[in-house]
Design a protein around this ligand. Sequence first.
Ligand SMILES: [Zn+2]
Length: 95
Amino acid sequence: MKKQKNWEEKKSTAFYYSFKPRELKYFLFGKKRCPRCGGKLTRSKGSFTTKGALPNTINTSSDFNFIDTTKVKYYYYIYTCQECQSQYSLEELAI
Ligand SMILES: [Zn+2]
């Protein structure tokens, strides 16, 4: 049997930030107010890792076939309302 290094212990082989155009616009210029109560939103960064790239994220079949997607770390942003503690993803806010 081939000895395989534990995936969990492996360093991430690729990183990915997902921004749709309107999400980037909100991220940079949007008013960070809670849609429910109008409270101030604070931003925090989250991440998760996957085995291989998620569909429609990193294109491994053509231009980017030099990227090793064995372990991809995805970053995302969460906004939390300081008043009512509601949490929103960038996708939910950028509408
Ligand atoms: Zn709120």
